[in-house]
Structures are given as structure tokens and as C-alpha cells.
Design a protein around this ligand. Structure first.
Ligand code: BDR
Ligand code: CA
Length: 322
């Protein structure tokens, strides 16, 4: 039996594709479904891409359920084609998927799956937290039935990437993130504090592109677009594998350094919108500074970057050989 049973909530997205392939290549993980959300692209395209990705990985048996088309408060502002391509997959001119989405909505798939397997299911989120917040609103009991939530999102001690203050997934729906971060369930975030410390270098990427499988060939088609964005606009020698970091944490928590914080999300309309603030319950002199009742969240702040990058590529290689 697999050690982890997960639902992946996603807005694919090139780094989403990498994370999904990593999870599907890992025998320790049972992927129970993908749920889609607006973000890098609109939700229809996100759903088509999710279907394409499970088909490329030879896993059409994994259900794909369509989710939120917009955040809790504002219409979809448009995707980020300069990062992921207009199609969310590096402008790779992909064939349409053969399969169709599930007849269930994303929230239904999340609620049904979590409630039918109490204590077993981990929600791994790679996009805005809208679907998860809506599922919590519809069925608050999922908080005590879930095994955990691991979210790519947020920035606690560092600046943002979608604005000076905020990380993209949280900025896309700060109200949803605040609901998820204040619910009574175990949440871990893999935000920019850690993902900006994990670089997949050009040599690593060449190795991933040589993986002799449809997955390796798909990565070779799409990731160069994302890599070019990073080289041109971020100036990094390689890419940040934001979304895969959730899967790395799931499989190798001992490779990570974590802190524990109660987090508030800035839901105002100023420059700080979307920032994830650690709330100090005591001031510098140790005096009680406020009463915050929300639960503590595990915040990943550093990792053995070489170990987790190596583990991700090795998982793809092993899956291709098996
Ligand atoms: C996050 O934003 C998206 O563009 C990526 O897919 C990732 O989930 C990084 O901030
Ligand atoms: Ca994503």
C-alpha cells in the first residue's frame, strides 16, 4: 500500500506539470485525483492540461475534476503567459486531450474523497486555494478528516514574486488562503522562503529531458520556455521548481528546515495584498502582543536543495525504466 494518498489541486502550469509527473512517478504516492483551478491559465485550459498530463503519464485512470473559475472576490484577471506560455505548457501546440473531466466538481471530489477515507488523504495544492476554501465552507468537517494540507504558496520572511509583497498563488485569492490558514487542520506551506532556495540547474534539466519516456519528452518540450523566463527575468542559472517542492516535502520531510507560525493573509486592497504575515503573539520583550487563535502552520524555510532535486529526477528516471 502507498504511504501517501493525495489529491492534487492545480493550475497547470509548467512547474505544476513537473510536480504532477513527480507524484505519479513515485510508488510511495497514490494520486486519487486532480482538481483544477484558475491561476496560470483559465480553469478550462487548466482542466484540459490536467487531462493531457495524466494521459502523457499513462494514468488516464486518475480523475480530473474542474474547479473554480475565479477567486472568492474578483473575476479571473488573466493568466501569466510570459511564465508558462499562452497554453500554460510552453506554447507547445499540444493535441487536445482524449479524455473528459469528471462529472463531479472539484469541491465534490475533495469532500467525497476526504470524508470516505478519514485520516488518510493529504491535499496538495499547487495553485490558488479557492477550491479548498470552498470545500471547507461547504463541509467544515473535512478539516478533522484530512491527514494534512501541503500548499505551494506564501512568503513569510522574503519578498513576493507576483508583487513586491506577495507570492502568486496567494495573491490570486488571499481571502481563500486566509480561510485555509485559519481552519483547524494541519497545514504546511512550501512558499518562496524555501522554493527560492531550490534551483534545478541547466545540467539537471538536461538530465530530465533525457528521461526516455513520454514524460521526459513532454518536459523537454515545455520546460525550456519556463527556463528562458527565469534566465531573462529572474537572472537565475536554472529554474525554481516551486510546485514540485510540495511533493519533495511529502516524500522527504527530513530534507527540510521548518518553522511554526500562525499566519494571517493580507486581504486588504493596498500594496501588501496577498502577503502571508507571521503573527507574533509576544513582543520583543516577551510580553503578550495579541491574541491570535488560529492554528500554527508548518512553514518550510530551507531544504537540502541538491538532495530534493536529485530525488525528483531520479524518480522520473526510475519510472521510465520500470
Ligand atoms: C506559483 O505560481 C505559479 O505560477 C506556479 O505554478 C506556482 O504554483 C509560484 O509562485
Ligand atoms: Ca501552480
Amino acid at each position: 500500500m502507498a504511504e501517501h494518498s493525495i489529491i492534487i489541486d492545480t493550475d497547470p502550469g509548467i512547474d505544476d506539470a513537473m510536480a504532477i509527473f513527480y507524484a505519479l512517478a513515485s510508488p510511495e504516492i497514490e494520486v486519487l485525483g486532480l482538481t483544477t483551478v484558475f491561476g496560470n491559465v483559465d480553469v478550462d485550459l487548466a482542466t484540459e492540461n490536467a487531462l493531457r498530463l495524466v494521459e502523457i503519464a499513462g494514468r488516464s485512470d486518475v480523475p480530473v475534476a474542474r474547479g473554480a473559475a475565479r477567486s472568492l472576490t474578483v473575476p479571473f484577471p488573466g493568466g501569466v503567459e510570459f511564465v508558462h506560455g499562452a497554453d500554460g505548457q510552453g506554447n507547445a501546440s499540444l493535441a487536445p486531450p482524449r479524455g473528459a473531466p469528471s462529472t463531479r466538481r472539484a469541491t465534490e471530489l475533495i469532500i467525497d474523497t476526504v470524508m470516505s477515507r478519514p485520516g488518510e488523504v493529504t491535499l496538495v495544492t499547487l495553485g490558488p486555494l479557492t477550491n479548498v476554501a470552498l470545500a471547507l465552507i461547504e463541509r467544515p468537517e473535512i478539516a478533522s478528516s484530512v491527514r494534512g494540507v501541503i500548499a505551494m504558496g506564501g512568503n513569510v520572511h522574503v519578498g513576493g514574486n507576483a508583487s513586491t509583497a506577495a507570492e502568486a498563488n496567494i495573491l490570486n485569492d488571499p481571502e481563500a488562503a486566509d480561510i485555509v490558514f485559519s481552519a483547524p487542520w494541519p497545514v504546511t506551506i512550501c512558499g518562496l522562503d524555501v522554493t527560492h532556495r531550490i534551483l534545478m540547474t541547466p545540467d539537471d534539466l538536461e538530465r530530465a529531458y533525457r528521461v526516455d519516456s513520454p514524460v521526459g519528452r513532454h518536459l523537454a518540450r515545455i520546460v525550456p520556455f519556463y527556463h528562458a523566463f527565469y534566465e531573462k527575468h529572474v537572472g537565475s542559472n536554472g529554474i525554481y521548481v516551486h510546485d514540485s517542492t510540495t511533493i519533495s516535502y511529502l516524500l522527504h520531510p527530513d530534507a527540510f528546515v521548518t518553522e511554526s507560525h500562525r499566519l494571517l493573509v493580507d486581504t486588504g486592497s493596498g500594496v501588501g495584498r496577498g502577503k502571508t504575515w507571521p503573527v507574533a503573539t509576544r513582543d520583543e520583550a516577551g510580553r503578550v502582543a495579541g491574541s491570535v487563535t488560529r492554528p500554527e502552520i508548518t512553514v518550510c524555510v530551507d531544504a537540502d536543495a541538491r538532495r530534493v532535486v536529485e530525488a525528483e529526477i531520479a524518480a522520473l528516471e526510475r519510472a521510465a525504466d520500470s
